[in-house]
Design a protein around this ligand. Structure first.
Ligand SMILES: Cc1ncc(COP(=O)(O)O)c(C=O)c1O
Length: 373
């Protein structure tokens, strides 16, 4: 049996007719840039996230970068970023001229360590970017409290967390991307909500940020040939938005299928102490963009999976502070022990909505043999 890491084909098969119609509709209208479907998608995605506004952008990286610009972050400023995330989180900070300041992660959730974050705040700190890594919500209430006390902007990196949610102290459930000053999303094809190409968005409740983003993504334009600020070309294509509108209708069902797959994995690993499964907590709804296990026999597990035709990926093998691109920041090995240990032991297993129980059993049996050998 072969088990791919991700199977986009199965998703597309389910909504092929609707996607084809959306593509035909866009071609017929030929409103490829900021067309009707783009504007409609923004309204629908904002509503889905529980935010007032959404601005469609060309990628998740553009979303982070433009969100930082909206907070006037630039040279001389510091932005706190978890050390264990996809590099785009930090790159967006670097593009502004500000310095990304890395902090360690929690051993159970792999999300930013709140105590370390608090210690890292200096006079130069302007913002923090909590990343809802793998689709697991960060404990936002604590972050918002620290941010308020220190006058920091909170830029949520929800690139992996479409539809993930958490329960607030008043019992209300809120979605990732709706709690900070802005929420940044990626619609990279394999994401829980993925386009058929690149795409991204920012969600916000701030009218001011919304208006600035509309300009920033569109050459700083205020009318066709009048430009108020130095902007960029970072718009979400209408064609991608039309496709995303169809996929948005399925996201809750597909997230539920991912959750069921994750629960089944957890069950199969219950009696395997050398395999650490993802943590779960009351009041947190993880959407399993990634299902990552931790084992000190990773090499053996990885090789065994590969030999059996099973897709597995390491998210991420090198923590940000040890990336060659960030050598100039002066970090060294040992600076962030949890992040470093996680990078050595983590391995992501196949997960996608249509993954079958039979495929999960095959993956788990292979891993159980590998860790016992
Ligand atoms: C946590 C995180 N942040 C940001 C990004 C960047 O998104 P994009 O690839 O759409 O630029 C990604 C994409 O993988 C991501 O996983």
């Amino acid at each position: 049996m072969k088990v791919p890491f991700c199977d986009l084909g199965a998703q597309h098969k389910e909504i092929k007719t609707q996607i084809n119609k959306a593509i035909k509709r866009t071609i017929k209208r030929s409103d490829f840039i900021l067309g009707l479907d783009e504007l409609a998608f923004e309204k629908e995605f904002a509503k889905y996230c529980g935010s007032e506004f959404c601005v469609g952008l060309s990628s998740g990286t553009a979303a982070l970068f433009l969100a930082l610009l909206c907070s006037d972050i630039g040279e001389g400023d510091e932005v706190i970023v978890p050390d264990f995330t996809y590099i785009a989180t930090a790159l967006a900070v670097s593009y502004t001229g500000a310095r990304p300041v890395f902090v360690d992660i929690e051993e159970d959730s792999y999300n930013i360590n709140i105590a370390s974050l608090e210690k890292a705040v200096t006079k130069r700190t302007k913002a923090v970017i909590p990343v809802h890594l793998y689709g697991q919500p960060v404990k936002m209430q604590q972050i918002l409290k620290i941010a308020k006390a220190n006058g920091l902007k909170v830029i949520e990196d929800a690139a992996q967390a479409h539809g993930a949610s958490m329960r607030l102290s008043d019992g209300q459930w809120v979605k990732c991307g709706s709690m900070g000053d802005v929420g940044c999303f990626s619609f990279y094809p394999t994401k829980n909500l993925g386009a058929l190409g690149d795409g991204g968005a920012v969600t916000t409740n701030s009218d001011e940020i919304y208006r600035k983003l509309l300009m920033l993504r569109d050459y700083g334009r205020i009318s066709k040939y009048e430009h108020a600020i130095i902007g960029y070309n970072s718009r979400l294509d209408t064609l991608q938005a039309a496709i995303l509108r169809e996929k948005l209708k399925k996201i809750d069902a597909w997230n539920k299928m991912r959750q069921e797959a994750a629960f089944y994995y957890n069950l199969r690993f219950k009696d395997v102490p050398s395999v650490i499964t993802p943590s779960s907590e009351d009041g947190i709804k993880h959407v399993y963009h990634v299902y990552a296990i931790r084992t000190n026999k990773r090499e053996r597990v990885y090789n065994c999976l590969r030999d059996k035709g099973i897709g597995a990926i390491i998210h991420y093998p090198i923590p940000l502070h040890l990336q060659p691109a960030y050598r100039s920041l002066g970090y060294k090995e040992g600076d962030f022990p949890v992040s470093e240990k996680t990078a050595k032991e983590i391995i992501s297993l196949p997960i996608f909505p249509h993954l079958s129980k039979k495929q999960i059993r095959y993956v788990c049996d292979c891993i159980k043999k590998a860790v016992k050998a």
